[in-house]
Design a binder for this molecule. Structure first.
Ligand code: NAD
Length: 307
């Protein structure tokens, strides 16, 4: 399969590496100059669950790529999605499938502005990844990557991509309700990410605090009201249990929003709690906790001079 990764940070490099190792034709697209130069010079080095390897593959800014691709995986941060879709337009044919695995809400609507619905594949993943230095990243976990086509006509292509991800060890799974999976993942990120960032705590510390169950229940209650607008039913108790079980499996890990704040990078808050707060105004339900959390994270970004 001829594949491009649009946004080749931590997760993009991890996925690109696995697909290249699995024998596919992979091109990385990104804007981080030092990272591009490192990969062009030394190849991409990725540690996957403690085993390190190196692959040689092309990497450049989208405007310097002339090819078109069968499949493009988008791995920008949420706030970079729109600009990336504009930048890669010339690399898409009428049949190119776009796979979007970003955390956060509202991405399907953004994709619909740029890509035919029959070419859109949405999903979530619980692989975790990080950047050690330009050209060197790590990928941890076992997945899965759950995906589903936005339009029924895209099912065959989606199944092919699932099979490709299984073959290369990314643990691809076909989802028959990716909309629910996306909201469930948003509940995980909307609770752990924002609270750990605000409290300067890791996930274990957050869940050991006597306030954690109350805070998490309040946030999930608001997410469930927003999900209902999109006809997704989230059982609050079930979601609290799900998030708590995930916290037990990840332990003393700092979620990505904490890492963003620590590294003075903008957060994805507007696409998580901020999206729920925005929907509450539009559809008239209460989400005062999500609104306050969003304001607090933005205040923290301002205090740290994060643009
Ligand atoms: P990332 O921050 O590693 O990369 C996103 C973009 O930022 C890339 O274009 C990258 O090159 C650029 N970037 C990263 N560090 C930079 C630096 N120091 N200077 C300049 N540019 C830099 O993002 P990610 O972790 O790969 O996440 C991509 C999407 O996947 C997000 O929506 C995220 O929430 C989601 N996600 C991430 C993980 C994870 O464990 N990393 C897991 C599940 C979902």
């Amino acid at each position: 399969m001829k594949i491009a990764i649009a946004g080749s940070g931590a997760l993009g490099c991890g996925f690109g590496y696995m697909m290249k190792k699995g024998g596919h034709d992979v091109t990385l697209m990104d804007y981080w100059e030092d990272h591009i130069q490192a990969v062009q010079k030394n190849g991409l080095t990725v540690d996957v669950n403690g085993e390190t390897g190196n692959v040689q593959l092309p990497m450049d800014k989208p405007e310097n790529i002339e090819d078109t691709f069968d499949t493009v995986f988008i791995f920008t941060k949420s706030m970079g999605l729109r600009a990336m879709l504009e930048a890669i337009e010339h690399t898409l044919s009428n049949d190119t499938k776009i796979v979007c695995l970003l955390n956060g809400l509202g991405h399907a609507q953004t994709l619909a502005e740029y890509v035919l619905e029959e070419n859109v594949i949405m999903g979530t993943t619980v692989w975790t990844a990080g950047i050690d230095e330009p050209g060197i990243t790590h990928l941890m976990g076992q997945g899965p990557v759950e995906i589903q086509e936005a339009d029924p006509s895209g099912k065959e292509a989606t199944l092919e991509i699932v099979e490709m991800m299984q073959d290369v060890g990314l643990n691809g799974v076909y989802s028959d309700n990716v909309h629910f999976t996306t909201w469930r993942k948003a509940c995980v990120n909307g609770t752990m990410n924002a609270l750990c960032a605000l409290l300067d705590a890791n996930i274990q510390e957050l869940f050991e605090s006597s306030q954690s169950q109350s805070l998490i229940t309040k946030i999930i209650t608001e997410f469930s009201r927003a999900a209902e607008v999109e006809n997704v039913e989230l059982d609050i108790d079930e979601m609290v249990t799900y998030v708590t079980e995930i916290s037990e499996s990840v332990g003393a890990h700092y979620p990505s929003m904490h890492q963003d704040i620590t590294n003075h990078r903008p957060t994805e808050i507007d696409f998580l709690n901020g999206k729920v707060a925005e929907m509450s105004e539009e559809y008239g339900f209460d989400a005062e906790n999500c609104a306050l959390i969003t304001e607090l994270i933005h205040a923290k970004e301002d205090v740290l001079g994060i643009k």
